[in-house]
Design a protein around this ligand. Sequence first.
Ligand SMILES: NC(=O)C1=CN([C@@H]2O[C@H](COP(=O)(O)OP(=O)(O)OC[C@H]3O[C@@H](n4cnc5c(N)ncnc54)[C@H](O)[C@@H]3O)[C@@H](O)[C@H]2O)[C@@H](O)CC1
Ligand SMILES: Nc1ncnc2c1ncn2[C@@H]1O[C@H](COP(=O)(O)OP(=O)(O)O)[C@@H](O)[C@H]1O
Ligand SMILES: [K+]
Length: 600
Amino acid sequence: MSSLRPSGTARLVADAEPADIAPDAIAVIDTHDRALSLERTALLRALEAASAATVGPHALMLRAGEATAAWLLAQLSPAAAPGPSIWLFAGPGNNGGDALCAAASLRRQGADARVCLPSEPTGPVGRWALERARAAGVPLQTLAPTPAQCAAAAWLVDGLFGIGLSRALGEPFASLARTLSARTAAGARVLALDIPSGLDADTGTIVGGELAVEVSHTLTFLAAKPGLFTGVGRDLAGHVALARLGVDDARIATLRHATAADGGVHHAAGDSTASDAAPTARHEAEPEGLPPRDEDETGHPAALPAALALNAPDGFAAAFPRRKASSNKGTFGSVAIIGGDTGTCGAAILSARAALYCGAGRVHAALIGQGGPAYDPPHPEIMMRQVDAIALDTMDGLTIGPGLGKSAHAAQVLRDVLALALPTIIDADALNLIAADPDLAARVRAQGRHLVLTPHPGEAARLLGVTTRDIEADRIDAITRLVRTYACTVVLKGSGTLIAAPDGRFAINPTGNSGLATGGTGDVLSGVIGAFLAQHLAPFDAALAATWIHGRAAEELAIAGVGPAGLTAGELAPAMRALLNRLLARRAGTSTMPETQAEE
Ligand SMILES: NC(=O)C1=CN([C@@H]2O[C@H](COP(=O)(O)OP(=O)(O)OC[C@H]3O[C@@H](n4cnc5c(N)ncnc54)[C@H](O)[C@@H]3O)[C@@H](O)[C@H]2O)[C@@H](O)CC1
Ligand SMILES: Nc1ncnc2c1ncn2[C@@H]1O[C@H](COP(=O)(O)OP(=O)(O)O)[C@@H](O)[C@H]1O
Ligand SMILES: [K+]
């Protein structure tokens, strides 16, 4: 086993000691059901620079280390004595510095913290952290712990790379990354510091496309990051907690303003401190067919989202109409689900049932095809007719797309619907029709403020004339382009569904699971958005509420054993109804549910 010799180059900094740290600077909050803001690398870099100028360059790293140590100690059973080991894997940059500070703190507090540090820290703050670890008596080694040591550890900690990773993980870090992921897959507890190494914090993709660490928990610093909640980020990051390190929202808001004014956040990301100045994998992998990232199809700079946030009930619950005793069915609006070509009327029925369960006053199924059923036997409440027999102009909200098909008749109905200028959600084949017809696309743009588009990545690719891979390579960039191109609220579906509006509001939905990866769940979502539009929610609010409730319903069903395997789309509607009513009761202060259920 080799060891690292003291370098003698670093010096302990007397004005940055744990005793100086206020408790709120190392407090950790859970990200569950909080409408937290999501910040990208350029802003985090600006924050780092601003903090370095005020509290000194070591203070944030020290806080990150103390927050990590406190969090880990809180997870360990106090009965376990002598404490089982905690192995921290430290990389060459400041993420490794965080791990070294955490190890020093753990050791000082009596825990058996050990560090694997394959190479010396490259920067002065990292070297300072190494000295702290040595001074605290932390055992350090360049080699990986043995499989037996890994298996015996209470926690493994991924402090290899954070937001400074500038190219694909190579050796020796790649092997360490595989070791950490294998332990996670085996059910061990593995904590990523800031982000799982290899994950792109801005996009939720893997830097270089191949290898990233998969962990059970992530403790992220300063602010939550979009890449933790969309794309492959959700799978890699596990349960995410946040340590703000004493930086408050007001400071972030001021910097966000300055960073945006400085030319947007995407391009400056990732490489500002990389001494080797390698281009980031994101920049190398610029997809063919898309205009350059900072321009849209018209050559204008792509408007980047003004404010990203996690989607949570606090952001939308107040938008629902009150259910007063004096309500009548007109109060909660009429919605028509337009679709159901011959052979695909099941999609329209699923969508209509979901609208019924989510509170619309009257639900119509407006079928395109011939020979459909006269009514839905389990739900005769749904008024089912040929589309031409329904007065669509009397509706409060419309859903068009489920099972619609791409016939000339379908295209004409879509054209007529757009002419009504009613609140409308456009899904499935209606999106494919728009992608194929510039005239329809122009009509969408003209009506944008009333509309919600709900593409899955394949439909999004058709709408932008690119490939599905291009969409998934940077989902935030893709939805930004969709919103600019079609001037309406867009829901880009998938794990970590994105919701964005033309005014710059932008959310990532953290609910949902693989149970939703089954036919018909998109039809359910479109029906519920239609129902919420009919209840007079604005398009963005309707999209936020529907995606959150849809995903949480799938999670609750999975807990009850109804999924993720074998969850059927039709089972979502009653679960969504229960969730909606809990939200409404909580808002009205009339909840009689047990606290654990009522506290969404
Ligand atoms: N941004 C902030 O304000 C804070 C940052 N902190 C930590 O610092 C991290 C960022 O630190 P750094 O900018 O040093 O970045 P990282 O620690 O992520 O690593 C960057 C270092 O690794 C090298 N590198 C990049 N890609 C590599 C690869 N594939 N193989 C080998 N070497 C590679 C770079 O040249 C650089 O030396 C954050 O993620 C966080 O953990 C914390 O200390 C708290 C505050
Ligand atoms: N792995 C997953 N995790 C979370 N949500 C998912 C996952 N897979 C699919 N979904 C969600 O399920 C729905 C599927 O919609 P869509 O692809 O249009 O299906 P369909 O056309 O069969 O109705 C979307 O809301 C999507 O976000
Ligand atoms: K990490």
